[in-house]
Design a protein around this ligand. Sequence first.
Ligand SMILES: [Fe+2]
Length: 447
Amino acid sequence: MRIPELGLAEFSDDQIKGRIIADLERARARTRLLTDALDDDELAQQHSRLMSPLVWDLAHIGNQEELWLLRDVGGREPILPETVDQLYDAFQHPRADRPALPLLDPQSSREYIGEVRARVIDVLERTPLHGRRLTEGGFVFGMVAQHEQQHAETMLATHQLRQGNPVLDGPAPPLAGGDALPAEVLVPGGPFTMGTSVHPWALDNERPAHQVQVPAFWLDTVPVSNADYQDFIADGGYQQRCWWSPAGWQHVQQVGLEAPLFWQQDGRLWLRRRFGRLEPVPPDEPVMHVCFHEAEAYARWAGRRLPTESEWEKAARHDPETGFARQYPWGDDEATPDRANLGQDHLQPAAVGAYPAGASPLGIQQLIGDVWEWTASDFTPYPGFSPWPYREYSEVFFGPDYKVLRGGSFAADRVACRGTFRNWDYPIRRQIFAGFRCARDASPGEG
Ligand SMILES: [Fe+2]
């Protein structure tokens, strides 16, 4: 069977190394900004039981970098006593327990991660990027850059959960394009290539490329907006059992959900707290901080459903003209600021319709960036999956407990976001920067 997936351009080792250094440096600049914004007490404090103290994230980032790049790739001796490793092992200590650990203080953490990075640059210079699977095409260096950026997104979520004066600021995102967009787009039925076997920095759960038959379906042109979601609230959506799955309804009753996380009502006006500032909810921004159950209930109320993961990826990658899968909706070129709202450049999603340059071949917008999008799918392995480079990266999470999210948020960096990238979380989680869009089956004869 032919799996139509375009290979990536060939780059020299020097070009890849230049790219690795740029990605590592961009990640570190973000880590510094997010941790320098708070004093030592706030760094050591736990702002929510869902999150680590930021000082844990800080040294954990450096410890993972040391384990993979210095000790494994470089064959170097540990920088700190080896007992330090277990403090920063995410599988040994759940987030809620991390504040009680004898962690490095902020200053020692900064010195440690700086020392690791200096030595990594030296190891990178000496390491050939072929001949060993771990370093092939710079994979493990890319994995470490993605890891630090994933923590930058988690650390930003910690900032959002934190109470206190605002300490972060960013420029406003672009405005909506002004063109009237169709509410939904028909994605024709037929096979498409899901996942990748050629992206050198793709993680194990994105592999391998395989053909999937996806029947024709309709998908929203843009994510569901705050104004759309307010209609659901105003129509009594949270009070009517008929829109909710049994698990969703039980959760809503138990926790008393009435609106997205961080929203509050002032008379008839909805306000939200965003990084310490209270502001009116912008009507045309994608709705955010809703859990899977809320997304699913809204879709049912709207007479629709959530897209499956394969529908989402087909909409984002499949080029009906060539039959090839693209890396991104707009093609194979990298994400740029005019194509997608990524990288914490703006500390919020942009209005729906703000990124016409990032549209898919069929004209679907904002699939990449702005908000993670809940899908209807459980997190499961692709046919032919094999764990790499360690079982705990993905394999231990496969199963019905986690729902897949796609597309990346404004808080995700471009190194950790592509058309094949898969994120997963519990269906009750709301602190993540997640929203959704809706789909529906096509009628027979359509597409
Ligand atoms: Fe981590």
